[in-house]
Design a protein around this ligand. Structure first.
Ligand SMILES: NC(=O)c1ccc[n+]([C@@H]2O[C@H](COP(=O)([O-])OP(=O)(O)OC[C@H]3O[C@@H](n4cnc5c(N)ncnc54)[C@H](OP(=O)(O)O)[C@@H]3O)[C@@H](O)[C@H]2O)c1
Length: 334
């Protein structure tokens, strides 16, 4: 059997481009004892992938030049030499950008129950994305009833879960995202109390109007000027959750850091970063809570699913940076 893969060919400078990747076709080897072969159905496309292309030290090792591009995903077991997995099982893990995932000794493969939720939800709200939102908001942000929670990337994968969980917890939620469609979505579909289009200009004025008494929790997905503006509006004892900084991921001249950080001093506030993988031992807790909210209709899971082949990886990934999608970005291999 042949396996189409996308490998990292060069470390991108600025926006990743076609020549940074290479399409390869490889014969699948025979399975050894305990190996599992998964037909990859859906790939999770995440902003973090841009960081993994860099050589810099991070929370996870970089993807090496020539290596198949790392990616989360889900699929079906089509051959198994491992007693824990049977042909036909649906699984998630980190299959990388390829059609077939040969998981040596079944490492990193997790069984999922597609009667409870479809694959796409296992990659979004019930997957790494939802876990990030849940623990970032509740553990790092310590959001509680009555708090004013502001979330950037508020219509995106992580952001839309953050805003909805904050609403469930009795917070006042203000979402920030680009464009009127996303503003309408945050207000009408996600039930936020206010929503702001940062591309319309005047973010500061709009934020003052939406949270006249300031911000208790700012969940930052984007960094840059939006982070700076939110820092200038913190309340006493506010918590700033550093989840990500997508506005900086393709920067060629270094990350631009926050100017208004002294607001942390004045307001006895704190700013803390986190990596979702540190919560792996508690994923079940979050999945139970959010699974329940989904079943009760208190929460919605939205996925933006693009159908294509592994060769569609790069143009699809770039929609993360161009802003033209709502919810979790998934490449469905057809
Ligand atoms: N710490 C962790 O463990 C962890 C885990 C997962 C994800 N993350 C981080 O969480 C953040 C959100 O990830 P996601 O998967 O949910 O992505 P996402 O929000 O679904 O997609 C990215 C969104 O970012 C916005 N964006 C792009 N460029 C921007 C810019 N220059 N300024 C402001 N907004 C911009 C776009 O929406 P607009 O149209 O609104 O601009 C785009 O839709 C990322 O920073 C990611 O790295 C962290």
């Amino acid at each position: 059997m042949q396996n189409k893969q996308i490998r990292l060919a060069a470390r991108p400078i600025g926006n990743p481009k076609d020549t940074d990747f290479q399409l390869t076709i490889e014969e699948l080897p025979l399975l050894s004892t305990n190996d599992v072969l998964v037909e990859v159905h859906q790939l999770s496309l995440d902003p973090a992938m841009r960081g993994w292309m860099n050589a810099a030290r991070s929370y996870i090792r970089p993807v090496e030049i020539g290596e198949v591009m790392r990616a989360g995903g889900a699929g079906k077991v089509i051959a198994s030499e491992n007693p824990k997995f049977a042909v036909g099982d649906f699984v998630t893990g980190s299959p990388s950008i390829q059609q077939y995932w040969l998981a040596k000794e079944g490492k990193g493969v997790t069984k999922i129950d597609t009667r409870l939720a479809p694959l796409s939800i296992w990659l979004s709200t019930l997957g790494m994305t939802g876990m990030t939102a849940y623990f970032g908001l509740l553990d790092i942000g310590e959001a509680k009833e009555g708090d004013v929670v502001v979330v950037s990337g508020g219509a995106g994968a992580v952001g839309s879960v953050v805003g909805q969980v904050a609403k469930i917890k009795g917070c006042r939620v203000v979402g920030i995202a680009g464009g009127q469609d996303k503003v309408d979505y945050m207000l009408n579909e996600l039930g936020y109390d206010a929503a702001i289009d940062y591309r319309a200009g005047n973010l500061r004025t709009a934020l003052r109007k939406a949270c006249p008494e300031g911000i208790d929790v700012y969940f930052d997905n984007v960094g840059g000027e939006i982070l700076d503006t939110c820092l200038s509006m913190l309340r006493m004892k506010a918590r700033v959750v550093i989840c990500g900084a997508i506005s900086q991921y393709n920067a060629t001249e270094g990350v631009s850091g926050p100017k208004n950080y002294l607001s942390l001093l004045v307001n006895r506030a704190k700013m803390e970063g986190f990596v979702v993988f540190d919560y792996a031992s508690r994923y079940a807790e979050a999945a139970m809570a959010m699974g329940q909210w989904l079943r009760e209709g208190k929460m919605k899971s939205k996925e933006h699913i693009v159908e294509g082949g592994v060769e569609d990886f790069l143009p699809t990934l770039m929609t993360l940076f161009e802003g033209d999608k709502i919810g979790k970005l998934i490449l469905k291999l057809v």
